[in-house]
Ligand binder design. Structure first.
Ligand SMILES: Nc1ncnc2c1ncn2[C@@H]1O[C@H](COP(=O)(O)OP(=O)(O)OP(=O)(O)O)[C@@H](O)[C@H]1O
Length: 575
């Protein structure tokens, strides 16, 4: 297109003729003439700020330049050899960081694709950065989409970067000096630049959230831990302190979520966050949305310790583990006092009573920043060492089902704890401390104090637990009929909280309307099979007629574990 044709098309657009341009281009042309008073025939070169002004702009944008650097570097590597240049501009359109091929520096500088160029729309006319600042959306301004004829050889694709309060902070632009004619040739550039902008927002949110919770969200479990789509920053009471643009889009219908509590927009509370930490399988970390959809969540605990809880009564994550139950209150008050010490702890209780959850929550209110969690069944010395190899600095080591620790790993674990004094072990076990059968040296490295969780059937806060679990799993207005509630309160719950969660999941799935009734409840599993946690191995064996398969099933372990435990305890069948 010649300059004359370009000017003519701009005039047609101003007269209201549709010429096939994207609407945001036509709108920008109109602003250029009607608001900034620009002449379509102009051929002005790029606007470059002075060195002193550039220093000022860079200084103001220092935090953003830092947050964006590694994303820009990786984006530049992806487009290496394809003549793309990357510009990071501040919210006013001044280029504060730049990645381009040294071979073309003079050409790039001449075209304004360089440090210090000012691409605000009121100076440069229609351009990628300028249109992005005005629309706050990603845009491609391709060749003669540009207003000024000086820029019509360029193709510029720009995406906005927002700070965690939702204000425009910067623009990331990827440009070509010369490009193929079809605009769609820049579709890949658009996807690269929007993804890079999302990662910069994420890096920025993470950097400013060291003392707060971050909840990262993704609709696919594969990307949850590596490249999530959205994130929110939460204070200790679950209020939203900041978010990425992805989260703003996600909660669009909720309006502004800043300052609101997360349970007002998602089916979870701050107390649920420990369940969404990385030690849980990704596919278990599901969060229900209010519109019936679901997302996967990854919660990252504050890295710096919060103020100590003097007692669980004062609120906070530990208090969220129970309602009004005297036994739980005692356990949690003790847990709150022990959480911030380095004392090794054993948490015992029947299967599903919430031992692992209590361990994670204690880590959260404790002082250690690192967090490791290992299942002891079948754990080899090599796997143990490999998991703990990268530890530097204070870390919590959760050892789940310590009673299943293979004999040959016991020595390695004792040695590891001796060589890593900053590792604090929190072990969980379904058998009473006295029946653990661990070698004495290891036992005393693991059990400085004990916490024993009551079985669900003995808890007096089951009503509150039921309501809380239902609120988290079902739509807001779903409730239990009085007879369904009474039936649940009367059950034995050999699988404890885990079983309760599963029964509710089944009931929610089977329920036709909004009221869960008796027929929706799955039948209780035979309470006679329930193992009593504090039962000794000998008692279990006797109850099972010394049949190892029965005993294995009753304790929820395999036969070889029973054999090993019998050997350790020096027990033999009386017949
Ligand atoms: N206080 C609680 N309130 C609500 N749900 C809970 C609570 N504690 C645990 N849960 C839920 O119950 C289930 C079992 O919890 P957890 O894995 O901590 O039990 P556990 O005692 O470690 O089990 P096991 O010994 O079988 O490994 C989990 O899904 C967890 O989210």
């Amino acid at each position: 297109m010649t300059d004359r044709q370009h000017v003519k098309e701009i005039e047609q657009v101003l007269d209201g003729t549709q010429t096939g341009r994207d609407s945001f281009v036509s709108a920008s042309w109109r602003r250029c003439v009607e608001i900034y008073g620009m002449d379509p025939a102009r051929n002005e070169p790029a606007h470059i700020v002075t060195d002193a002004e550039l220093r000022d702009h860079r200084k103001q944008a220092e935090w953003m330049i830092g947050a964006a650097r590694s994303s820009l570097q990786s984006l530049f590597r992806q487009v290496a050899g394809q003549n793309y240049v990357l510009l990071l501009t501040d919210a006013k359109g001044v280029c504060v960081d730049f990645f381009g091929d040294d071979l073309f520096v003079n050409d790039l500088r001449g075209a304004g694709l360089y440090l210090g160029s000012n691409w605000s729309e009121e100076l440069a006319g229609t351009c990628g950065v300028g249109a992005c600042i005005v629309t706050q959306e990603p845009v491609t301004i391709h060749q003669d989409d540009h207003f000024g004829s000086a820029h019509v050889s360029l193709s510029c694709t720009a995406a906005p970067i927002f700070d965690s309060l939702g204000s425009l902070a910067a623009v990331l632009d990827i440009s070509l000096l010369r490009s193929p004619t079809p605009k769609r040739s820049q579709n890949l550039a658009m996807s690269l630049v929007t993804n890079a902008a999302r990662r910069v927002e994420m890096a920025n949110l993470m950097a400013e959230s060291r003392r707060d919770w971050v909840l990262r969200l993704s609709d696919s479990p594969e990307f949850l831990d590596v490249d999530p789509e959205a994130a929110v920053r939460l204070d200790g009471s679950g209020r939203v302190l900041g978010y990425t643009r992805g989260a703003r889009r996600l909660f669009m219908e909720e309006g502004n979520i800043l300052g609101r509590r997360i349970d007002e927009v998602l089916g979870l509370t701050i107390d649920d966050l420990p369940d969404l930490m990385r030690d849980r399988p990704t596919e278990d970390r599901i969060i229900e949305l209010r519109d019936g959809g679901a997302l996967f969540g990854h919660a990252i605990a504050p890295q710096a310790p919060r103020t100590a809880l003097r007692s669980s009564r004062q609120g906070g994550p530990l208090a969220g583990l129970a309602g009004d139950d005297p036994a739980m209150e005692q356990v949690l008050a003790r847990a709150a006092k022990l959480a911030r010490t380095g004392v090794p702890l054993l948490i015992s209780g029947e299967t599903g009573t919430g031992k692992a959850k209590l361990a994670r929550t204690m880590h959260m209110v404790g002082t250690a920043s690192g967090f490791l969690s290992l299942d002891c069944a079948g754990l080899s010395p090599a796997a143990l060492q490999q998991t703990c190899a990268g530890v530097n600095g204070p870390a919590t080591l959760v050892l789940r089902r310590i009673e299943d620790l293979p004999e040959d790993t016991a020595g390695a674990l004792a040695a590891l704890l001796d060589s890593h004094a900053s590792l604090r072990p929190l072990s969980t076990s379904c058998v009473a401390p006295g029946a653990l059968g661990l070698p004495r040296p290891l036992f005393h490295r693991l059990v400085g104090a004990t916490l024993s969780l009551p079985p669900l059937r003995q808890r007096q806060d089951m009503g509150a637990l039921l309501d809380r679990m239902l609120r988290r799993r079902a739509p807001d207005d779903m409730r239990l009929s009085p007879s369904a509630r009474a039936a649940l309160l009367g059950r034995q719950w050999p699988g404890n909280l885990r079983e309760l969660e599963q029964v509710l999941d089944v009931a929610i799935a089977l329920c036709e309307g909004r009221v869960i009734d008796l027929p929706d409840l799955p039948a209780p599993v035979d309470a006679g099979d329930a193992p009593a946690v504090e039962e000794s191995l000998e008692q279990v064996m006797e109850a099972c007629g010394w049949n190892m398969s029965f005993a294995a099933r009753r304790l929820g372990v395999n036969r070889s574990t029973i054999l090993r435990r019998l050997r350790r305890a020096g027990l033999q069948s009386p017949v």
